[in-house]
Design a protein around this ligand. Structure first.
Ligand code: MG
Length: 435
């Protein structure tokens, strides 16, 4: 009679960083989360520290509406999962983290994964002594063309803000105007933005109701005025922000055709992706879509079927640079251009990651600008530079950006009853509408 021998492997995996035969590998020593809000917008940055003294990476994990959920996901689940792994194995780590929760994806887990993923690309660049865009194949262009936001309470104010941006060298301007008496998306001004008042913090619960019909009437008037006053050379953009019923959005797209927009953004909510074929049949206006997508099942069909012209993912919301560079390359095959989401609720680390893609992918379209405040630049030394309407890399190894943790700690998350969440936006009868 033979003894029963338990041949199951030891559950403790020894030295995982040596798995691929690289004995000299550098391992992850710690994973930390840094929360800061220099401009009043809640930012989450992940710092991956290594066994190599002084070598670390930074990644953007900013989900500004639920930042503390991301922090918990990193600290309570990813940290112990990652310590000891080789910093070299970015793809392997991405795949392992993605499936380790079994139920995967979603903005919280994708942002947590993104913080680690972008930090590992930063580390790889530092080891190679190359900027991350060099790891992706090198520059296709000197700098990334930007568009900036001209918003205002009325058409004259939008014109004034657009002229100021054009005087600063911007050739692409997003125009949004307030619907009088209505809680309009994007109508807060550059002054609000510079003072750190994001849209969500700007609006208080119980603010004015939303009037979609009035919005559908005022936007064509806005662009008619902008074209007459600002001429043909400037490129205009507009964001519907999923605020209309689908057929009203299609009607607006048709109404805007004479003004030759560079793109019309988020005509539908992600839940209404099925309307894109209908929009394509009805209008030739270029479409940008994607900042709310978190799953490839949402965006792959739109690219594959050539239903959009610009893919506009918030890269931390799909899991960081690893999936975003694949998506950019996939979109190239369909002549869909990139326009990565880049507002104030992307940290400067995230903007540096966007820029690595912008510089290296041939099908780059445009990059959304955030006008970095002096406070942000102090907290994030090496922040990409905005010059002549373009975003410029400093060409330092990795992402070329750092965080001053002492200064970051001076800007804790602001006290607010919604803790970063969007306020209710309602129709006149009280029905909730999309933000
Ligand atoms: Mg948008």
């Amino acid at each position: 009679m033979t003894d029963i021998v338990n041949t199951a492997p030891d559950p403790v995996v020894p030295a995982p960083w040596a798995r691929f035969g690289d004995d000299a590998a550098i391992a992850i020593r710690d994973v930390r989360v840094i929360c800061t809000a220099p401009d009043g917008i809640r930012l989450v940055v992940v710092k991956v520290e290594t066994t190599e003294p002084g070598l670390f990476g930074l990644g953007c994990a900013t989900f500004t509406q639920r930042p503390l959920a991301v922090k918990t996901a990193v600290e309570e689940y990813l940290r112990s999962f990652l310590i000891g792994r080789s910093v070299h194995d970015i793809e392997d780590i991405w795949q392992a983290v993605f499936v380790s929760s079994y139920w995967r994806g979603g903005p919280v887990l994708n942002n947590a994964l993104s913080g680690v993923d972008i930090a590992l690309w930063d580390i790889k660049g530092k080891i190679a002594k190359l900027p991350v865009y060099q790891l992706f194949g090198g520059k296709c262009r000197e700098a990334a063309s930007l568009y900036a936001h001209a918003s205002g309470g009325d058409i004259d104010a939008v014109e004034e803000n657009a002229r100021a941006l054009m005087a600063d060298g911007f050739r692409h301007v997003r125009c949004q105007v307030a619907v009088p008496g209505s809680a309009t998306y994007g109508a807060h001004t550059n002054q609000d933005r510079r003072a750190g008042r994001s849209y969500a913090t700007h609006l208080q619960p119980g603010d004015a109701r939303w009037n979609p019909a009035a919005y559908g009437r005022i936007v064509p008037r806005l662009f008619d005025a902008m074209r007459q006053r600002l001429g043909e050379e400037v490129e205009f953009l507009h964001d519907i922000h999923e605020r209309l019923h689908p057929m009203s959005a299609i009607r607006l797209a048709q109404d805007l055709e004479p003004y030759r927009l560079f793109f019309l953004e988020d005509p539908f909510a992600p839940e209404d992706n099925g309307y894109f074929p209908l929009l394509r049949q009805q209008s030739s206006i270029p479409i940008a879509m994607g900042e709310l997508f978190v799953n490839q099942a949402e965006y792959v069909p739109l690219v594959r079927d050539r239903l959009i012209d610009f893919i506009r993912i918030h890269i931390s919301d799909i899991g960081g640079l690893t999936p975003a560079r694949k998506l950019g390359a996939f979109a190239e095959f369909f002549n869909v251009r990139t326009a990565w989401h880049g507002p104030g609720d992307v940290s400067p680390v995230g903007h540096a990651a966007n820029l690595a893609l912008d510089l290296s992918q041939p099908n780059f379209g445009i990059q959304e600008a955030h006008l970095f405040s002096d406070r942000l630049r102090e907290v994030f030394p090496g922040c990409p530079e905005i010059r002549d309407g373009s975003l410029w890399s400093n060409d330092h190894p990795g992402l070329g950006i750092d965080i001053d943790e002492e200064k970051a700690a001076r800007y804790p998350f602001p006290e607010h009853p919604l803790n970063g969440g969007w306020p209710d936006i309602r129709l006149r009868d009280g029905t909730i509408v999309r933000p």
